[in-house]
Write a protein that binds this ligand. Structure first.
Ligand code: SF4
Length: 291
């Protein structure tokens, strides 16, 4: 949206985004690039809003004050600090780290400068349309088309969208399992940090809703699942390589000249093995037909 607005000469006084502190390293580099484009084109810098204490403080250390919350925590035997993992019912992160900061700043600009607020919601996201101005939506540009427009102009998020479907916080518990599998493969350092965060959450909040990363999965359980999948894949690849190697080794050698010995059984030629296998297959087929 921003690139098209720059190209067609729309007035832009300020470009705002919010940093949860849990963005991918590629996203920070993307913002740097965007900042340069913005400065070259309009002489302004990207405004990045941040919560003064950040994601981890909110997750583990924010003191709870409401009497009802304190009573609930005491009942559950859970510490009166921190919000734990965000959940469907209490998505504290979006509110505190993004929406609240942006709304506050936008309201200030509207009040002081009579600003218009343009929001990058695409034509295929009609449910997200509220009462701001939505150029992409008005131009009928879908999310996929918007991404392609950026790629065509050399803005590629440093490859993030080629790996992930969504590129918000890398630690988001609402991600699909496959996105987490990709996180482990493509960003092992962030995966290690996620394991550490989840370990802390379990220590502090136990198996209550606040300590659960996903309903049925802790990050450690996912680690075991993904590691087992990797081991299985490697084993299959090795088996494939081995059969390929054996095939290559005997390429061009007549089957009667290849002797195979299995355990203590008398050695046979490959030709004999193949004949026996064929006979076996024929017998099985006959049996199947007679039933
Ligand atoms: S991406 Fe996930 S963790 Fe980050 S603010 Fe949004 S809901 Fe919260």
């Amino acid at each position: 949206m921003l690139l098209l607005m720059l190209e067609i000469g729309m007035p832009i006084d300020c470009v705002i985004t919010a940093d949860t502190g849990m963005e991918y390293p590629e996203m920070y580099r993307h913002w740097d690039k965007l900042d340069q484009v913005l400065y070259q084109e309009r002489g302004i810098h990207l405004t990045i809003l941040r919560h003064p204490k950040g994601f981890e403080w909110l997750m583990f250390d924010q003191p709870k004050e409401k009497l009802k919350t304190l009573e609930n925590r005491a009942k559950l035997g859970v510490t009166p600090y921190g919000n734990g993992w965000p959940g469907i019912k209490v998505r504290w992160c979006t509110g505190q780290l993004k929406t609240h900061l942006i709304t506050k700043e936008v309201n200030r600009l509207k009040k002081e400068k009579n600003a218009l607020h343009y929001v990058g919601i695409a034509a295929d996201e009609p449910d997200r349309i509220k009462d701001e101005v939505y150029p992409l939506y008005e131009w009928g540009i879908t999310e996929a088309e918007a991404l392609q427009i950026c790629y065509n102009r050399g803005i590629d998020w440093n490859g993030l969208y080629e790996i992930y479907h969504r590129c918000s916080c890398w630690c988001c518990p609402f991600q699909r399992i496959d996105e987490l599998r990709r996180l482990r493969r493509h960003h092992p350092e962030l995966w290690a940090k996620l394991l550490e965060l989840d370990g802390r959450a379990l220590d502090q909040f136990g198996h209550s809703a606040l300590g659960r990363f996903k309903d049925n999965w802790s990050v450690e359980q996912l680690e075991q699942r993904f590691a087992a999948e990797d081991a299985k894949r490697k084993e299959t690849e090795m088996e494939k390589d081995k059969s390929g190697e054996i095939r290559d080794m005997f390429k061009g050698v007549p089957p009667k000249n290849v002797i195979i010995a299995v355990d203590d059984l008398p050695p046979k030629t490959l030709e004999q093995h193949l004949k026996e296998r064929q006979k076996g297959q024929e017998k099985t087929q006959k049996r199947k037909k007679s039933h």
